[in-house]
Design a protein around this ligand. Structure first.
Ligand SMILES: [Mg+2]
Length: 369
């Protein structure tokens, strides 16, 4: 099987509720979609959702890089994922988002060529998986509580709160959500690097009675030693997100005893190929993984969900980016249960089981063909 053509397109979708974090506001998905065509008639789909404050790449840079990577891959076998990802990683150190788009398209083709859904191709089996739903940083506690009420009304059993305010200003927001939700609902907080060390210690100690599930990226991405010191100081589990892009980062964090959990995102790791390596290192150290997202449509979310379903060590899901899309450009793919909040359903179609409706794709460039 050989790659004959790659289509590179823009995919833009507005969000009904922008998410405010300490490092920027996500108000729309400005993504890049690729479709890899082969001489066998099988095509694979992938999606990049760059978020420059974390991934250093953008829709513009991904769009150009995708066309350059596509030119490298024409004529090669897409099922040789190891060799194709080596080509892609050697081409550029950066552009992790668009690397993940190619990676998921390669896995899509490989699984389709075996006539298996991707999670089964990866050796997994179906299990019930529920995502949380995220509340961005709000101005007032009343606004935070109103959004939490919506999530509880929709039947979710886990809420993720963006925090990272100065001093102890996060505490009343988190306390109010715990009081509203009662003891059973899981609440996790994500600071997106927003705290310095003293604020992190003070905030987490003040939140100790609130029975939180974990604290995600409380400190700056580079501050591995700080994470380790913080983990010694507080009883709440510490989860690294911006600190861990790949398996090398995972190994360093684990050697430093800096983390309880690792947040795998395909857009940081450059796809499933490296995501599997992160999870393997974590599993060896008895560290659980979560899988998160940027602003992917249900296409990119499907890839993440297939990986999660294939590896039970991936325990926590934060796959909610498409939940507030104003349009749904995806045909097939994961869906959210109508009755059980956050429960994901993955299709049993071969590969990802998802593609983008042609009318949603703009500025398509064809490479090869
Ligand atoms: Mg995070």
């Amino acid at each position: 099987m050989k790659i004959t053509q790659v289509a590179v397109s823009h995919l833009n979708v507005a969000l009904a509720h922008p998410t405010r974090t300490p490092i920027g506001v996500i108000d729309a998905a400005r993504n890049v979609v690729i479709r890899i065509d082969t001489d066998s008639g099988i095509s694979g789909w992938g999606e990049a959702s760059p978020f420059a404050p974390i991934t250093s790449d953008s829709q513009d840079s991904n769009y150009i890089a995708a066309q350059q990577i596509a030119a490298l891959l024409i004529g090669h076998d897409p099922r040789e994922i190891e060799a194709r990802m080596t080509q892609i990683h050697r081409f550029t150190l950066g552009e992790p988002s668009v690397k993940s788009a190619f990676d998921m398209a390669l896995y899509d083709i490989a699984a389709k060529s075996c006539d298996l859904p991707l999670y089964q191709f990866l050796g997994g089996n179906k299990r019930a998986m529920r995502t949380d739903l995220t509340i961005g940083m709000q101005e007032t506690v009343e606004q935070t509580v109103a959004l939490a009420q919506d999530i509880l009304d929709a039947g979710f059993d886990a809420i993720k709160m963006k925090v990272g305010r100065a001093d102890l200003q996060d505490v009343p927001h988190v306390r109010a959500v715990r009081e509203l939700a009662g003891p059973e609902v899981a609440i996790k907080i994500d600071s997106n690097q927003g705290w310095d060390y003293p604020t992190a210690v003070a905030s987490l100690l003040a939140m100790q009675p609130l029975n939180l599930q974990y604290s995600e990226q409380p400190l700056a991405a580079w501050d591995y030693e700080g994470l380790a010191r913080l983990r010694d100081k507080v009883s709440l589990p510490i989860c690294a997100d911006e600190s861990v892009f790949n398996h090398h980062d995972a190994l360093k964090l684990i050697k430093l005893d800096a983390v309880d959990y690792l947040n795998i995102k395909l857009g940081k790791a450059g796809g499933i190929h490296t995501g599997l390596k992160i999870n393997a290192i974590a599993e060896a150290a008895k560290v659980k993984c979560m899988i998160g997202c940027f602003g992917e449509s249900r296409l990119g979310l499907s890839a993440a969900a297939h990986l999660a379903m294939a590896r039970p060590n991936i325990t926590f899901l934060d796959l909610d980016s498409a939940y507030h899309f104003t349009d749904d450009p995806v045909v097939g793919g994961i869906t959210y249960d109508n009755d059980i909040g956050g429960l994901l359903h993955l299709p049993d179609a071969p590969g990802l089981g998802a593609e983008i409706a042609p009318e949603s794709l703009k500025n398509t460039q064809l490479v090869g063909g």
